[in-house]
Design a protein around this ligand. Structure first.
Ligand code: LAC
Length: 249
């Protein structure tokens, strides 16, 4: 393939959604792990529900609705200021340590984010991270008013960058996103943030499966629903060699 661009998912791929844990635990001590995991599970579920219902609302709204759901399951009440403070944690996620060196070494290619995040959320994330200087664009599904993995969402990449799916490598840790991108013709690398053997060992050994382990089981593994990734990588720093190979260099 004549590789021109490498396009990244944001949440869970470049930025660690688990980094809200300090904020959720400070807000409701002892419940942080549960809130962190159920919040992310519900946030994704709401993107799929809203797309299926034809009731798009942006990712900031969905993120807040998912937080409200999560707190309600525990019978917890947050006043407006506390609720806003917890929600804001999604605008302050930490970049994974492998993101900056990987982007820096991919300088020969056009680099962009393509994410469910609203334009304001992506601007906040990228703005406070060291990644912005490597990225040509942060593309949001908001322009299409439908969430991944709807094929209409992925069409934005070609429209905005002028790069066809067959000329782009899409990178995601999210199984549904891997399937969605593969379905519309991208070359896809899946970053395996939780290796399958490690997860199996932890699940089998756990006396009780807590929220974080349940989250890993549900959201970090390759899906058995739809197309599989072309490559599975252990770190984003595996990408420069893969991209060079795809570009025939
Ligand atoms: C995103 C979600 C899928 O960044 O993590 O689009």
């Amino acid at each position: 393939m004549a590789l021109k661009a490498v396009v990244f998912d944001a949440y869970g791929t470049l930025f660690d959604v688990q980094s809200v844990a300090a904020v959720t635990d400070a807000a409701f001590p002892g419940h942080g792990d549960y809130i962190t995991q159920v919040w992310r599970l519900k946030q994704l579920e709401y993107t799929w529900l809203r797309s299926l219902m034809g009731q798009y609302a942006d990712f900031w709204t969905v993120t807040r609705e998912a937080l409200a759901y999560t707190l309600a399951t525990l019978g917890l009440v947050a006043d407006e200021a506390l609720f806003d403070r917890i929600a804001a944690a999604y605008d302050a996620l930490e970049a994974y340590p492998d993101a900056e060196p990987a982007l820096a070494a991919l300088g020969a290619f056009r680099l962009a984010i393509f994410s469910n995040g609203s334009p304001a959320m992506l601007a906040a994330l990228v703005g406070r991270s060291p990644l912005g200087r490597f990225l040509e664009a942060s593309l949001s599904v908001d322009a299409k008013r439908v969430y991944k993995p709807d094929p209409r969402a992925y069409a934005l990449v070609e429209e905005a960058l002028g790069v066809a799916p067959a000329e782009a490598l899409f990178v995601s840790s999210n199984g549904f996103d891997v399937s969605g991108a593969k379905q519309v013709g991208f070359a896809v690398a899946r970053i395996e943030r939780v290796p399958a053997p490690d997860l199996s060992r932890a699940l089998v050994a756990a006396p009780a499966i807590g929220p974080s382990l349940m989250f890993k089981a549900l959201r970090t593994q390759a899906e058995r629903c739809g197309a599989a990734a072309d490559w599975t990588i252990a770190s984003l720093t595996d990408l420069p060699a893969l991209a060079a190979q795809l570009a025939g260099r």
